[in-house]
Design a protein around this ligand. Structure first.
Ligand SMILES: C[S@@+](CC[C@H](N)C(=O)[O-])C[C@H]1O[C@@H](n2cnc3c(N)ncnc32)[C@H](O)[C@@H]1O
Length: 266
């Protein structure tokens, strides 16, 4: 177990994925930057491993509501200047497919550091340029995109601030960044619900469907250990984003946060 991420049966040839040791950083999303490389390689190995069952589990765990959440997230990109769109931590490309439809004349790029996740989503898109890349060191020029969207990815980054700063860097003036995420609950009553779901329901489903209780145990922990929506919004402002606005979906189970880069066409 590295950084709370199970690695024992990861089918990877990367030595660092197995060797990355030291403690459980999952409950401290703000501080994972202490060893981003170790965390990242362990996370990548885990996503490669669960990729074949990721879509099915998503649908089952959210009773299909994730489709509506994704549509709401893509709709929140509205208002950005025309230009290329990036699906960050794109996984199996559900959001990229929606971006293709929403912006039929714009370039759509998707990146993820798990080649397996991207490969399994290939059938959902027709013209998306997908590439294996780390969200903490994006291989794009400054201001390359006018829209960046990230669904359920920010929670997994080993260094959240660095991830936000990379998004800020690749966005052009006037650009919009939309995050769709399961934030840590802020209110006591939602804390109880989240805790039950994350500690009992999620690992049990992971065990039944993916036969990987450990990986889904990690996903639960990453959910409970992540920042609240309010804290995330403050971090976006600290990184220089403006007009930061969040809204809850399905009683706060998921949330969408929209942020802009100041400037752009008048
Ligand atoms: C929970 S999945 C979400 C996938 C997809 N966005 C969705 O909406 O279903 C998180 C994804 O983030 C990717 N990821 C995590 N950390 C990353 C990083 N540092 N760079 C690139 N991708 C990363 C994982 O490989 C995984 O595919």
């Amino acid at each position: 177990m590295a950084f709370g991420i199970p690695t024992k049966s990861a089918p990877t040839s990367e030595p660092s994925a197995r060797g990355a040791a030291v403690g459980d950083l999952v409950p401290e999303a703000r501080e994972r930057g202490r060893d981003p490389d170790g965390h990242a390689s362990a996370a990548r190995a885990m996503f490669d491993r669960i990729a074949p069952t990721y879509d099915v589990l998503n649908k089952v765990m959210t009773a299909g509501i994730d489709r509506r959440w994704r549509s709401r997230a893509v709709a929140a990109l509205h208002g950005a200047p025309s230009g290329a769109a990036l699906d960050l931590c794109a996984g199996t490309l559900d959001l990229a497919a929606l971006l293709e439809r929403a912006y039929p004349t714009e370039r759509v790029v998707a990146c993820d550091f798990s080649a397996k996740m991207l490969e399994l989503g290939r059938g959902k898109v027709t013209r998306t340029e997908s590439l294996v890349a780390d969200a903490l060191a994006l291989p794009f020029d400054d201001g390359a995109f006018t829209r960046v969207i990230c669904g359920f990815g920010m929670r997994n980054l080993s260094d959240l601030r660095r991830g936000l700063s990379e998004v800020r860097r690749v966005l052009a003036p006037g650009g919009v960044f939309v995050t769709l995420e399961l934030f840590a609950p802020a209110l006591a009553r939602s804390k109880a619900f989240h805790s039950l779901f994350a500690k009992r329901v999620l690992p049990a489903m992971g065990k039944a469907i993916a036969r990987d209780e450990e990986a889904y145990g990690y996903l639960s922990k990453s959910m409970l250990g992540f920042v609240t929506r309010g804290e995330y919004e403050d971090m976006l402002r600290d990184e220089g984003f403006s007009a930061v606005r969040g809204s809850d979906l399905t009683l706060g189970v998921a949330s969408v946060v929209r942020a802009e880069v100041a400037g752009g066409p008048a």
